[in-house]
Design a protein around this ligand. Structure first.
Ligand code: GAP
Length: 513
């Protein structure tokens, strides 16, 4: 646990030191769970967004984009169910006065039990080596069977109690499991209560005439209310998708884990509209497709897992999370939901406007079913950033801090150095910058010894360093150093654009999907 905390602290301080993330309005002591992205953070975030957008919109002929507004007619949120049901079950500890999400306390407890089972499996794997049969072990070892059953029973009971709104039983479960305040160990709990997460605001000049509005808690509803606008003007045929990225706001009560849970954050969502009855096929397709997208970034297959929901949101008939191994353990990164026709039907009912689709192929009019993929951009940022940050011991006994960001996402693709600040080397290095800058985000650096400059770019996440030396003047060649292998190669200046394109472009990375 202490190691996890240390790793997480390093991630946070590195993000600040290298201009990735700052606390919001820090000079006024900040605002809890609100963050600003610095010069490098803004670039990394933009690149993640673009990688997602291109993989959805550009790579699929039947998915188009949308940019809906944050403010929406207040009835939207009545129809979507957010006014009545977008709640978190909260519990307070009477001694510490700290507030927690009751479901998170229970899920964390269940996760600890699951970890016990995983530990037994890992131990046995080590003991039996190549002859180990995991499937057999999991189904026959009494301790593992007990842990897995316990984990399942806890989550099932919580899911059913929350679904039935039986908050008294949620409290009882916390007491029966002996869950204590993670900070103080106290078990002196209040009852569990529901708390609505939407932020309210007002539209209008005077208090009397103002309309109550909400800041959108998800981008999805902007897609639903525009479903027919896009379908008709784009002449889209079911199945088709609408993708959108944008800010969402939630008054999160437990907002501790840096940019993992924020009050203002960005979502990247896609609603895929299908014929009723075809949603499960599409749901499975999008589960696999989205996992592939994550894996394409090369952060390690072992860091992802699916978690199928026992407790379904009010709109879903199936739901799964792609969980990621964050510095504080496996947590939700992306949600894939089969949302049925709930949203379109509800908007039809509340607006009185038809939101049906006429399917020429079967000569039938129906309300499409929807499969949604929804990933938090900030959570993606944390996943990529935290897994890329490494402390490496080198052969000569020294160590280096290196941010091994996937090259396609790195804020700066290459740093160009003159070996020394004289003899015409800076001029040639600047010429290279002037040529590459149209296609790549590159920077020029002449300060300090070249070794120090390499280290600076390693920590910054820059995948390539290009050094101009005296030989460059004669042969029109430079050295290019790979951040991850630290190997250097001499290449023609004329080839630099092609090399960077091959290694860092969206085209190269998207082609692997
Ligand atoms: N439209 C469906 C929806 O909003 P969700 O599971 O509530 O579903 C989707 O959110 C994704 O948005 C999550 O998987 C997570 O990545 C991100 N997300 C949700 N709340 C967040 C928060 N408070 N801070 C950062 N990201 C958040």
């Amino acid at each position: 646990m202490a190691k996890q905390e240390d790793t997480f602290k390093k991630v946070i301080s590195h993000a600040k030191e290298y201009g990735y993330i700052f606390g919001s309005s820090e000079i006024y002591d900040g605002l809890s769970a609100v963050y600003d992205y610095g010069q490098n953070g803004a670039e990394l975030k933009k690149n993640i967004r673009e990688y997602w957008w291109k993989s959805m919109v550009q790579m699929h002929q039947n998915i188009v984009g949308l940019d809906a507004s944050i403010f929406m007619h207040p009835t939207t949120w009545k129809a979507s169910g957010h006014v009545d049901a977008f709640n978190d079950p909260l519990i307070d500890n009477k001694d510490s006065k700290k507030r927690y999400r009751a479901d998170v306390l229970i899920e964390d407890h269940a996760e600890k039990i699951l970890q016990k089972a995983n530990k037994e499996i890992a131990k046995a794997k080590k003991r039996f080596g190549d002859t180990f049969n995991e499937e057999e072990f999991v189904t026959t070892n009494p301790r593992v069977i007990k842990y897995l059953a316990e984990n399942k029973a806890i989550l099932a009971r919580m899911g059913s109690s929350l679904e039935k709104e039986d908050l008294a039983d949620v409290k009882l479960l916390i007491e029966e499991l002996g869950i204590s305040d993670p900070d103080t160990g106290s078990k002196n709990w209040t009852d569990v209560r529901q708390f609505n997460l939407m932020f309210g605001t007002k539209l209008g000049a005077s208090a009397e005439t103002a309309t109550d509005l909400y800041l959108r808690p998800e981008t999805a509803q902007g897609i639903f209310v525009n479903f027919l606008n896009v379908q008709k003007t784009g002449r889209m045929k079911v199945p088709f998708g609408i993708a959108q990225t944008g800010k969402a706001f939630r008054n999160e009560i437990v907002a501790r884990q840096f940019i993992f849970r924020m009050r203002e954050f960005e979502q990247m969502e896609m609603q895929f509209f299908v014929r009723p009855g075809e949603e499960m096929k599409s749901y499975e397709y999008w589960k696999e497709t989205r996992l592939k997208w994550h894996l394409s970034l090369g952060l390690g297959e072992e860091n992802y897992r699916f978690h199928d929901h026992d407790k379904l949101a009010h709109y879903a008939n199936a739901a799964a999370d792609i969980e990621f191994n964050f510095p504080f353990g496996f947590k939700e990164l992306e949600g894939i939901h089969s949302r049925t026709d709930f949203d379109l039907k509800a908007h039809e009912e509340f607006s009185g406007k038809k939101l049906k689709y006429y399917d020429n192929e079967i000569s039938e009019s129906y309300t499409p079913y929807v499969v949604e993929t929804s990933v938090g951009l900030d959570r993606m940022f944390l996943a990529v950033f935290s897994k890329s940050l490494k402390e490496e011991k080198l052969e000569d006994g020294s160590s280096r801090t290196v941010l091994k960001l996937p090259a396609v996402l790195a804020p700066t693709k290459a740093a160009i150095f003159p070996l020394v600040k004289k003899d015409g080397l800076p001029e040639l290095a600047k010429e290279i910058v002037a040529d590459l800058k149209f296609d790549f985000n590159v920077l020029y650096d002449e300060k300090d010894a070249v070794g120090k400059r390499y280290r600076r770019q390693d920590a910054n996440g820059t995948p390539f360093c290009i050094t101009v030396d005296h030989e460059s003047l004669e042969t029109k060649t430079v050295t290019i150093r790979d951040r991850d292998t630290m190997e250097q190669e001499r290449v023609a200046i004329a080839d630099l654009g092609r090399i960077l394109e091959e290694k860092t472009s969206f085209k190269t990375w998207l082609a692997k999907l």
